[in-house]
Design a protein around this ligand. Structure first.
Ligand SMILES: [Fe+2]
Length: 345
């Protein structure tokens, strides 16, 4: 009860602070899971092009729940987040509205947007294999192959229930069905060098230290490690690995997205739509993608030089909305197979 009350009070405090701003013309209120410094260049460009000011509320959790608590008076216009799981949560909580906009649809391929217009991807990230440059000879790989006993004791991965892995496992179900995926997950678990732990970067670190030969991680972390001046040790982790894009020659590499949605009760709907159109433009997508080491989704747009240096990505063409349907089942399979217990010896 106390927690509910606290979060309600916090929600109200934000509502008051931001809704007085929302009365002014020419503003758009953005609720973001993405770091303010990463999206600032984008927001500045939008304001200089349109004269519309942006207000950002950064949250590291509970974004959809907060908008729900704020209800009809929520100042939220736009939701910015990474991961299909977060976008789906916003849909499930009933805090988004559908958008049907010709310009946006033209610049965001159908596989990267909700069929009803509830959410739109702006960038993608591949869930790839980090492979030891020294100890892994092959230069191509498939997800299916990760269950092959030849990798026994050699693979590292983060928590199976993390949403990055849930989306990957959901994509396996979408491509192969549940029975295959259960068996695959069991095979992968039996190849683990240790219990699932750490974040994606920790898997690269474990390859660097020799604990494992193969790790699963998102593409952008390689860029973040390569350029990390604050913690230069991470440059060594990145230098120890090569990026293998699984299933490049077949159905394609599993990608997840960062994206946007229009909040259900957006008080500045017109400005919010302008902002969404701006973000959908190839120029803004590239600016955004460059800042976060991701891939813009607009047809013909290009990633940064660093990201291009990982190699070419051929994304799985299955629509993200199709994959998202299996997230719950994926999570259940992680439990059923006791994936997080690691190899059973
Ligand atoms: Fe991440």
């Amino acid at each position: 009860m106390k927690n509910t009350l606290n979060s309600l009070m916090a929600g109200l405090a934000i509502s008051l602070a931001a809704s007085s701003a929302a009365f002014a013309d020419g503003e758009v209120n953005i609720y973001s899971y993405r770091q303010p410094e990463l999206i600032k260049p984008l927001l500045d460009e939008f304001t200089s092009e349109t004269g519309i000011a942006t207000n950002v509320i950064f949250l590291d959790k509970g974004l959809a729940e907060r908008i729900k608590v704020e209800g009809r008076n929520s100042p939220a216009d736009i939701i910015l987040t990474a991961d299909i799981g977060n976008l789906q949560t916003a849909v499930d909580e009933g805090v988004v509205q559908n958008v049907d906009d010709e310009f946006i649809n033209e610049h965001i391929p159908a596989q990267y947007r909700d069929p009803q217009g509830a959410w739109f991807a702006l960038t993608t990230r591949g869930r790839v294999v980090y492979a030891s440059k020294d100890r892994v000879e092959q230069d191509s790989i498939t997800y299916e192959e990760l269950a092959d006993p030849k990798w026994k004791g050699r693979i590292c991965i983060r928590d199976g229930q993390h949403q990055y892995n849930i989306a990957l496992i959901a994509s396996m179900i979408a491509n192969h069905g549940e029975d295959f995926t259960r068996e695959w997950l069991t095979g992968l678990k039996n190849n683990l060098a240790r219990k699932p732990a750490g974040n994606d970067r920790a898997q690269a670190k474990s390859i660097y230290s020799g604990e494992c030969d193969i790790g699963i991680g998102n593409t952008y972390y390689v860029g973040l490690m390569m350029t990390n001046e604050k913690d230069p040790e991470q440059k060594d982790w990145a230098a120890a690995i090569k990026v293998l894009f699984p299933n490049s020659d077949g159905r394609g590499t599993h990608v997840n997205i960062s994206g946007m949605a229009m909040a259900k009760n957006a008080p500045n709907r017109e400005n919010a739509l302008k902002f969404m159109e701006f973000l959908a433009s190839p120029k803004a997508q590239e600016l955004y993608a460059d800042a976060v080491f991701e891939y813009p989704v607009a047809p013909g747009s290009k990633p940064s030089e660093i990201v291009a240096g990982f190699g070419e990505i051929h994304p799985d063409t299955l629509p993200l909305a199709e994959i998202a349907k299996y997230r719950k089942r994926a999570s259940e399979l992680v439990d059923e197979t006791r994936f997080n217990d690691g190899a059973s010896g």
